[in-house]
Design a protein around this ligand. Structure first.
Ligand code: 3PG
Length: 213
């Protein structure tokens, strides 16, 4: 069955300057972390499917933090899309693009930000109707200069660069007209999570508001 998504990829990108890339090892961390990010003005939350607890964390946030819009990151297969959707994810982010993942997101009614690092990958994703893309890994694959070069031939494509992005270099990306937001893990440091430093995470989220375009 095809359902329509509540959120479009563009809306997911436009909500805040930064989409946090979150790695959760403990279900108990999920809700306080999500509340801290929301309190800091960041509500689009990408929980990566990299740990055994990730789906349970998505479920917990979807249930207990209605102000957050939880998505699944590191989505690599149709099965990942289905599991994320069942857990309550509202959008998906993938490190690369395949037609199987694209179709599964359409079927599940999930907005998708597919990852690309080359012109051919952009063309494949765009051919399937995806024109809001994650540039991954952004710093390693060419940084702002690469996005500037792409703005000519891919004038109608928008990007969320992710990978090696920091509070310091984010302005270089956000200054580009084809960049809507950036992604990054720096606002959810693993050590702050382990120590339960939710105020610190809230402050890191607040600090990103200065990046607003
Ligand atoms: C990832 O998928 O790990 C993201 O690209 C995050 O990268 P970062 O840790 O460099 O922000």
């Amino acid at each position: 069955m095809t359902t329509s998504s509540q959120w479009t990829a563009l809306q997911v990108m436009q909500d805040a300057p930064v989409i946090p890339v979150i790695v959760l090892n403990e279900v108990a961390h999920a809700v306080p972390m999500a509340r801290a990010l929301v309190a800091g003005g960041v509500r689009m939350l990408e929980v990566t499917l990299r740990t055994p607890q990730a789906l349970a964390c998505i479920e917990a946030i979807a249930r207990a933090v209605p102000q957050a819009v939880v998505g699944a990151g590191t989505v690599r297969s149709k099965a990942d899309v289905q599991a994320a959707s069942m857990a309550g994810a509202k959008f998906a982010v993938s490190p690369g693009y395949t037609n199987a993942v694209g179709q599964a997101c359409r079927d599940a009614g999930l907005a998708l930000l597919p990852g690309v690092a080359t012109g051919s990958e952009i063309m494949m994703a765009a051919e399937a109707g995806f024109t809001e893309l994650k540039f991954f890994p952004a710093m390693q694959a060419g940084g702002p200069a690469m996005l500037k070069a792409w703005s000519g031939p891919f004038f109608d494509v928008k990007f969320c660069p992710t990978g090696g992005v920091t509070l310091q270099n984010a302005p270089d990306f956000l200054a580009l007209p084809n960049v809507v937001c950036v992604g990054g893990s720096w606002i959810v440091p693993a050590d702050a999570m382990v120590r339960g430093e939710w105020d610190k995470i809230m402050q890191l989220a607040k600090d990103t508001q200065a990046l607003r375009k």
